[in-house]
Design a binder for this molecule. Structure first.
Ligand SMILES: [Zn+2]
Length: 213
């Protein structure tokens, strides 16, 4: 066994790694925080991987609405995250953006990486879909994470109340039914998303910023 002094780097596995889930509605700065977290860990000489799924850029990238961006690994449904990470030489942490879209099995693989491989996992994502129903991946994160944090950057509904729910707007009208995951906000898509307070998510009123109905 290697002798350690107080100043030795902490060997991975010698402390408990953590699984943290940061959640909030669209526009609350999740991807920005994910990129900042990656930067901070990288600066300390830690090695990490950045993962995403369905980023707004449409490519394997983490991009934030305020203009930051970084290449990332796209998490396809078939991707085994344990195999992905263990195929790299030494990984200290993972940044998992858009983790709400990962499969339940993949969330369990993240827990496995924390417990069996001593890797810190920082997951970011939405909690609930356009119907205000939790995404399966997000639900599994709530169940398994060591720590769950609601992001504090406040997003406001058009009425000025805190916006916590993601509405899907199709042709200017709030959608109540449909597939759980539909990528919007692209040039070709008639689908867009808008953050609303609970009251206006229920009533379907989109405010002045909404499309003319
Ligand atoms: Zn409102």
């Amino acid at each position: 066994m290697t002798e350690l002094s107080a100043l030795s780097a902490v060997p991975s596995g010698a402390r408990n790694a953590v699984l943290k889930f940061y959640f909030g509605p669209m526009d609350c700065g999740k991807s920005t925080l994910a990129l900042q977290m990656n930067y901070n860990h990288g600066r300390q000489g830690r090695r990490g991987l950045v993962l995403t799924k369905h980023d707004r850029s449409g490519g394997p990238k983490v991009t934030s609405r305020i203009g930051l961006g970084l290449e990332a690994i796209e998490v396809e449904d078939s991707l085994d995250l344990v195999r992905l990470v263990t195929s790299h030489e030494r990984i200290d942490y993972l940044i998992c953006d858009e983790a709400c879209f990962y499969t339940v099995e993949q969330i369990e693989q993240l827990a496995d990486l924390v417990d069996e491989h001593g890797i810190d996992v920082y997951a970011f994502g939405l909690a609930s879909d356009f119907r205000s129903v939790m995404f399966p991946g997000a639900q599994r994160l709530f169940e398994l994470a060591d720590e769950v944090c609601r992001l504090q950057v406040e997003v406001l509904c058009w009425c000025g109340r805190p916006g916590q729910l993601n509405a899907r707007v199709v042709g200017g009208v709030l959608a109540r039914t449909g597939e759980q995951v539909v990528i919007g906000d692209t040039d070709a898509s008639p689908v867009r998303y808008q953050v609303l307070c609970r009251r206006h998510h229920r009533s379907g009123q989109l405010g002045e910023g909404g499309d003319p109905a």
